[in-house]
Design a protein around this ligand. Structure first.
Ligand code: UD1
Ligand code: CA
Length: 421
């Protein structure tokens, strides 16, 4: 199967200078989530229709890594979803299989859900299938029309009669079409509607008239059918994804004392019996061990690894850092590009000055170290096992504190050496 992702629209309702599909959820563009699901489904030939903000979308696609092969199709003028698909027709020359169509603004769907949809499509013998979704508030979506249970058309909201308005089964915007059915029916639709656009959804009624076998398979849960048209949608979808991640971690033995006030990006691993306190923000690619305490008010940034039994307390930010087991960093600390050994105690107010304006430098602290409150490490710095720093010490760039040594002052000097002189 091949796929088309529609990403040319301007996303007017976002009121933004950035193309809609590049708006981010947990630091990743909406479109990236869509492409990831397609890749996981094993669909690795994808035509992406771009237009509005096309240069930006194209450079995002170029930078994206992975095995998925995307081919760019331009829609120079955005004349509707049907028109966007027409623009991709040439790119399908000689292809007669099924085409999965996916709007670039639908990032919440799960791989398993899509697999069920693909299976339903196959076993039903339909030539065209639509993934529908139950929505208590169907505003903004196309409605699924059925007669005697049989699906026969999609009606866009602006064109709905009063009765149709009340229909709560809506179009997710995800379809499977046999390619000849798709392109033939597209030739027969007209922009005769309130928006003067070619609606892809008008092809369904055309196909029903041509005795094509159509099916609409409803999603079990409405959440996954949530698209993004506005900033309000963006907030809601972010919350849906966040709660999904939190439920996953709860199921594997993690406590969240205030799940509604905690933020966990997809792609985080957390060991059992770890407790996460409110207002903690955890970015992707973070790994937290077992039996840790995190937060309240902790920010754990990308690529950070925290060993088991470690406590990361209030107003602590960790960035690309690696903390060992049973480390205590309980208050008011920034650790960037740092490596902290097992059992080390980081005093309140400790800061790594890891950026010199050009480059980031590392701070390497050994095991069982006692860092005095308000210590500043001007990286690069190396601190041996069992060493200590006094309160307020400023450890200047390039310093190497050896095993068991005690450094104090501003700039910090070796306490023992000074005494013996
Ligand atoms: C569309 C569907 C609607 C469905 C909803 C689900 C149509 C006419 N309506 O409405 O039935 O319930 O999605 O989310 O298809 N795009 C282009 N070129 C264009 C216009 C749009 O590439 O000329 C892209 C957009 O970038 C977007 C996708 O197509 O990713 C859907 O467009 P959008 O304007 O968001 O459609 P909806 O109003 O949400
Ligand atoms: Ca949409």
């Amino acid at each position: 199967m091949q796929a088309i992702v529609l990403a040319a629209g301007m996303g007017k309702r976002m009121r933004s200078s950035r193309p809609k599909v590049l708006h981010e959820i947990f630091g990743r563009p909406i479109l990236d989530y869509v492409l990831e699901i397609l890749g996981r489904l094993g669909i690795n030939r994808v035509k992406v229709v771009i237009g509005h903000g096309g240069d930006q979308v194209r450079s995002f696609l170029k930078k994206r890594s992975g095995t998925l092969r995307t081919e760019i199709v331009y829609q120079h003028e955005q004349k509707g979803t049907g028109h966007a698909v027409m623009c991709a027709q040439k790119a399908f020359r000689g292809y007669y299989g099924n085409i999965l169509i996916w709007p670039g603004d639908m990032p919440v769907l799960k791989e398993e859900t899509l697999k069920v949809f693909l299976q339903n499509h196959q076993s039903s013998g339909a030539e065209v299938s639509v993934l529908s979704s139950p929505q208590l508030n169907p505003a903004g979506y196309g409605r699924i029309l059925r007669a005697g249970g049989r699906f026969y058309a999609i009606r866009e909201e602006l064109e709905c009669s009063e009765v149709e308005h009340r229909i709560q089964e809506v179009n997710s915007g995800i379809y499977i079409f046999k390619s000849d059915r798709l392109f033939k029916s597209l030739r027969r639709i007209k922009p005769a509607n309130r928006k003067n656009e070619f609606y892809l959804t008008d092809t369904l009624e055309v196909l029903a008239g041509a005795k094509c076998r159509l099916e609409a398979f409803p999603l079990a849960l409405p959440d996954e059918g949530h698209g993004i048209n506005s900033r309000e949608d963006l907030g809601e979808v972010t919350a849906i994804m966040n709660h999904r991640e939190i439920r996953k971690h709860q199921a594997s033995g993690v406590t969240f004392t205030a799940p509604e006030q905690t933020f966990v990006a997809p792609g985080v691993s957390i060991g059992r019996d770890t407790v996460i306190y409110p207002w903690t923000y955890i970015e992707s690619q973070v790994k937290i061990g077992e039996g840790c305490e995190i937060g309240p008010f902790a920010k754990i940034r990308k690529g950070t690894v925290i060993g088991s039994g470690t406590i990361v307390g209030s107003f602590v930010e960790l960035n690309r850092s690696r903390l060992g087991k049973k480390v205590l960093a309980k208050h008011l600390t920034y650790l960037g590009d740092a490596e902290i050994g097992d059992g080390t105690n980081i005093g309140a107010g400790t800061i790594t000055a890891n950026f010199d304006g050009k480059t980031k430098h590392k701070t390497k602290v050994g095991k069982g170290v006692l860092i005095g409150s308000d210590t500043v490490f001007v990286a690069p710095v190396v601190v041996g096992d069992g060493a200590r720093t006094g309160a307020g010490a400023v450890i200047t760039g390039g310093s190497k504190i050896k095993k068991g040594e005690v450094f104090v002052g501003v700039p910090a000097r070796n306490l023992k050496k000074k005494k013996t002189k």
